[in-house]
Design a binder for this molecule. Structure first.
Ligand code: DC
Length: 251
């Protein structure tokens, strides 16, 4: 009798020789599958959300949208009447607040703010909150805690540069300003859609300026990041490119 890949074959003298009997596959030591940290950064409208979500789904990873954390804190500061100039108060609010951003739902202290944080008003508020170093320190610490075990696709502006400089895969997604404005104006999740492309383009340009010129962790291409211009690329091409990098880094 020979054992070949868990199938016991029988010699012609065995009874029932024509029916090989299946045995349980011998236990091989599990090759541990490394759970990676994938960082996706880039400006608004570059496609980070769609790409990060698709990559996370296809790998069975968690998707963490860190921009939603800045938005939720900004929303709560407004709701509580806290001035965005008062850095200590906004940082204390961020520290106290329970912010949940996974699974497509965003909530802060039990309030579902998934829709409420995608407005032109909260675009501005979030950019103001994101300038405050003490607020960033609170949120960056949470982001690290949430992603350190791996198996995560985290998107934002500073993930590859500050939150996880040692991330296994770092991507910087970009697109032309006109294309980003077109995408954002057509984004059904973003109520800025009614404003029209020209107004959206102006607001995106203002946010680009705010995000890349602030002193605390400005938007930048992290060392080691792979730059992908998505202007003329369909989503599945971008996803394939990122998945190929993931395969490369996990082998
Ligand atoms: O990605 P978004 O547009 O939802 O982000 C909202 C704001 O937060 C935007 O002004 C950029 C800022 N942000 C940041 O500074 N760092 C991050 N990691 C994520 C977002």
């Amino acid at each position: 009798m020979r054992i070949v890949f868990g199938v016991r074959t029988r010699t012609p003298n065995d009874s029932n020789a024509e029916r090989p009997e299946r045995l349980e596959r011998p236990k091989r030591p599990e090759r541990s599958v490394k759970k990676l940290i994938i960082a996706i950064d880039g400006p608004s409208g570059a496609g980070k959300g769609t790409i990060a979500r698709t990559i996370a789904d296809s790998l069975g990873y968690r998707h963490v949208d860190t921009g939603a954390m800045y938005r939720a804190v900004g929303w709560k500061a407004e709701a509580d009447g806290i001035s965005l100039e008062d850095e200590a108060a906004v940082a204390a609010l961020a520290d106290r607040a329970e912010v949940v951003v996974e699974g497509g739902v965003v909530s802060i202290d039990g309030h579902d703010v998934t829709r409420a944080i995608r407005t032109p008003e909260i675009d501005k508020v979030a950019a103001a909150v994101a300038k405050l170093p003490r607020v960033r320190a609170v949120l960056v610490a949470r982001q690290r805690k949430s992603g350190e075990a791996g198996g995560v696709v985290m998107e934002g502006r500073d993930i590859g540069s500050v939150v996880f400089p040692e991330a296994d895969v770092k991507i910087y997604l970009d697109a032309s300003a006109a294309e980003r404005a077109r995408r954002r104006a057509n984004d059904p999740q973003h109520t800025g859609g009614q404003a029209g492309t020209a107004a959206v383009a102006a607001s995106i340009a203002a946010r680009d300026r705010a995000d890349s010129t602030r002193t605390a962790s400005p938007l930048t291409i992290a060392p080691g990041a792979v730059y992908i211009d998505t202007t003329d690329l369909p989503i599945d091409r971008v996803v394939d490119t990122v998945l190929a990098l993931v395969r490369q880094r996990s082998s």
